[in-house]
Design a binder for this molecule. Structure first.
Ligand SMILES: NC(=O)c1ccc[n+]([C@@H]2O[C@H](COP(=O)([O-])OP(=O)(O)OC[C@H]3O[C@@H](n4cnc5c(N)ncnc54)[C@H](O)[C@@H]3O)[C@@H](O)[C@H]2O)c1
Length: 335
């Protein structure tokens, strides 16, 4: 029986890059069925809600969602629909690979780093934060738990094992934040003992940033807490040509949402010039998650080929082709 995927086309360039991505997914022969639902601005216009219950129910039923970028209207409800989705489904692991592709504007030609970011605790809790009336004092809570640290550390090592990765680096600030960051590091060190075939080391976050910029081949997989992971994964995206090439996955116990890291790009929406690569790479992560790694590899190889050919690239990649032509070039290499 074919697998049904929940698809949220998203706002702005979302529908354009999603159509291109589904065309590529279909060309792999994966044979998925798609159930289309809305969130964000599109949902607000149709139903009056940014995240309608039907959308949540469909994701809960199918377990897997491919999501285009969403516009969160300023001043309406919660601050981010993406954060709300992660919380609702307890998607505790944010997986962000940064891999160099040929022909993209990047500083290095050999970057291949996966960042695993804890997605549910750390400095992102919101609860308990305050600012006083005269705005002279603010405070926020950082929460790190043994349970949260252990499940993200295990996720990182299990992912490393499956992907044949050689090393996991725990990134922390335990020298200063002795309790919160210290607990995270302590748990990572304990979990590492269960994976003797994978090299483990740890590095302070400021040094990590410098090393990533000067010496990125030192890294294979990084595991870290929420805020550090947010910053480091964007730094890594910058090392491989920016957000246009950056996919992300939010993974929980039995639900997962795959997305491009960039936003809905309202400045180019409807012009058919958006680069769909990040969402196509997110679809490749989804295939890997579903045990279809060979199809994911085929997609990445096809993207490499199209980038090397240089004849049907979108404007951000230096070409003058439309989103659909770029996707068609990938499809032709897959079929
Ligand atoms: N995951 C998500 O759903 C997500 C992530 C970030 C921002 N957003 C939302 O997106 C909206 C716009 O945010 P923003 O303008 O700060 O960031 P953005 O990522 O949408 O755009 C930043 C710049 O990058 C360009 N760009 C982005 N994706 C591109 C692509 N695929 N091809 C070519 N060019 C691309 C845009 O044209 C723009 O110039 C906001 O409402 C924001 O809340 C959503």
């Amino acid at each position: 029986m074919s697998k049904t995927i929940t698809v949220i086309k998203g706002d702005g360039i979302g529908p354009e890059i999603m159509d291109a991505t589904l065309q590529v997914l279909d060309a792999t022969g994966a044979g998925f069925e798609y159930e289309f639902v809305d969130a964000g601005l599109a949902a607000l216009e149709k139903t009056g809600e940014l995240l309608p219950p039907e959308t949540l129910e469909t994701i809960a039923k199918n377990g897997i969602c491919l999501k285009g970028p969403l516009t969160t209207p300023v001043g309406k409800g919660f601050s981010s629909i993406n954060v709300a989705l992660r919380r609702h489904f307890d998607l505790y692991a944010n997986l962000r690979p940064a891999i160099t592709f040929p022909g993209t504007k990047s500083r290095y030609d050999n970057v291949d780093v996966i960042t695993v970011r804890e997605n549910t605790e750390g400095a992102y809790m919101g609860e308990g934060s305050m600012i006083n009336d005269d705005r002279t004092y603010a405070e926020a809570k950082i929460i790190v738990t043994r349970k949260g640290s252990e499940r993200i550390a295990r996720f990182a090592f299990e992912t490393a094992r499956k992907a044949n990765r050689k090393k996991v680096t725990a990134v922390h600030k335990a020298n200063i934040m002795k309790n919160v960051s210290g607990l995270f590091l302590e748990v990572c060190e304990e979990v590492a003992k269960d994976y003797p075939e994978i090299e483990f080391d740890s590095l302070i976050v400021d040094n990590t940033c410098m090393q990533l910029v000067m010496n990125p081949e030192r890294f294979d997989m990084i595991v870290t807490t929420n805020l550090f992971g947010d910053i480091i994964s964007d730094l890594c995206a910058g090392l491989v040509g920016g957000l246009g090439m950056a996919p992300g996955a939010n993974i929980g116990k039995d639900k997962a949402i795959f997305e491009a890291v960039h936003g809905s790009a309202p400045d180019i929406a409807g012009k058919k010039i958006a680069n769909p690569t990040a969402l196509i790479l997110a679809a490749a992560l989804m295939l890997e998650h579903l045990g279809l790694g060979e199809k994911a590899t085929a997609i990445r190889e096809a993207i490499r080929g199209v980038l090397a050919d240089k004849d049907r690239l979108t404007p951000d990649l230096g070409g003058n082709s439309h989103t659909g032509d770029f996707a068609q070039a990938i499809v032709e290499r897959l079929t």
